[in-house]
Design a protein around this ligand. Structure first.
Ligand SMILES: NC(=O)c1ccc[n+]([C@@H]2O[C@H](COP(=O)([O-])OP(=O)(O)OC[C@H]3O[C@@H](n4cnc5c(N)ncnc54)[C@H](O)[C@@H]3O)[C@@H](O)[C@H]2O)c1
Length: 323
């Protein structure tokens, strides 16, 4: 298939682009480089720098059978400060993209949604029928796109999959997390282990969990990439899919930090700060639907594997090994 991947210079987009190319698809990789990194984009893809909401640019790229849409702002905290930026980029630009692609005959659209659509009052494990109640403009922007896509599907414009990721983690030999700013636990813990941060801060230790810290469902970026390829195929027989992508297993912040110490061999300082507003105590997926509909089997999402892969790709690793 001829596939447009937006956000292809980002963490999950670049990894998925690599796999789509391996599977024999022709990929045009579009990214504004607002937060992505140019050298993340596989050289085998045709790279176009630009905004996915730029109608003239997208139209000029020619027709596509499919689009995998990763492009977006990803920080829930920043979305509380500037909601208009998140709605303009994550919703406005997305529907300009969709309108342009549908006019060109697009058939399949795979969208990066998030467990943030469920909000903070969740009862784990969370299945796709769990009530949605986003607690940030970021989560709301994901839900708005899902709902808009639902209308397009019901009006016969395209087939669409909304993949609700839990916490992407790990790395591949070619791609690693390089968010700007970095907000995710494992890369921040690795920064502390590598001495790039003076300490690691846990946000709250008084949650109703066994060790008092939040529990999250981490899923390896390679497993996420394979779910996208499977979802593109599944849209042949399904008009609309809404699927959780998680492993169904949760790890507390303290467990992730222990894994980081095990993998790196470094005992870095950890400080405990106050809770962050909107953080649920436990966010763990019920992934039964993705397993059955896609035949998806996460292979690399064991905690130590994800931390080890992220460490292998981390720029601070070699400095630590010289100590
Ligand atoms: N990383 C996670 O744990 C996680 C969890 C749930 C959902 N998601 C979603 O998955 C997607 C990818 O996440 P990621 O971790 O790879 O983030 P990322 O920041 O690494 O990648 C996003 C990419 O989108 C690009 N971009 C942003 N706005 C754009 C626009 N208007 N036009 C073109 N390019 C644009 C950025 O430059 C960046 O390269 C995002 O939509 C995010 O909301 C991520």
């Amino acid at each position: 298939m001829r596939v447009l991947v937006t956000g292809a210079a980002g963490f999950i987009g670049s990894t998925t682009t690599e796999l789509l190319l391996d599977e024999g698809h022709e990929v045009v990789a579009l990214d504004s480089l607002a937060s992505g990194v140019r050298d993340n984009v596989p050289t085998r893809a045709s790279f176009v720098e630009g905004d996915c909401g730029d109608v003239a640019l997208v139209a000029s790229l020619g027709p596509f059978e499919a689009c995998v849409h990763f492009a977006g702002r990803i920080e829930p905290g920043a979305s509380m400060d500037n909601p208009e930026v998140f709605f303009a980029n994550n919703v406005g630009a997305t529907f300009r993209l969709v309108e342009t692609l549908v006019a060109g005959g697009l058939e399949r659209f795979v969208f990066s949604s998030s467990c943030a659509v469920y909000g903070d009052r969740v009862t784990p494990p969370i299945d796709e029928d769990h009530p949605v109640a986003p607690h940030s403009p970021y989560g709301q922007s994901k839900l708005m796109v899902e709902e808009g896509l639902g209308w397009l599907v019901s009006r016969g414009r395209l087939r669409a999959a909304a993949l609700r990721y839990f916490n992407a983690a790990g790395a591949t030999a070619l791609h690693r997390e390089r968010h700007r700013p970095e907000i995710h636990l494992i890369p921040l813990a690795l920064d502390a282990a590598a001495g790039l941060r003076p300490y690691f801060e846990i946000f709250g230790e008084d949650y109703p969990t066994p060790d008092g810290t939040c529990i999250r469902d981490y899923v390896h970026v390679s497993d996420l990439a394979s779910a996208h390829v499977l979802a593109l195929g599944a849209l042949r027989d399904n008009e609309r899919l809404t699927l959780n992508l998680g492993t169904g297993a949760g790890h507390s912040n303290r467990e992730v930090l222990a894994a980081t110490r095990r993998v790196t061999g470094v005992d870095f300082e950890v400080r405990v700060g106050p809770r962050r507003p909107g953080d649920p105590a436990i966010a763990v997926a019920d992934n039964a639907r993705a397993l059955s509909v896609l035949g998806w089997r996460p292979q690399f999402s064991q905690l130590d594997t994800m931390v080890a892969d992220a460490w292998e790709a981390h720029p601070g690793r070699s400095a630590t090994e010289c100590l």
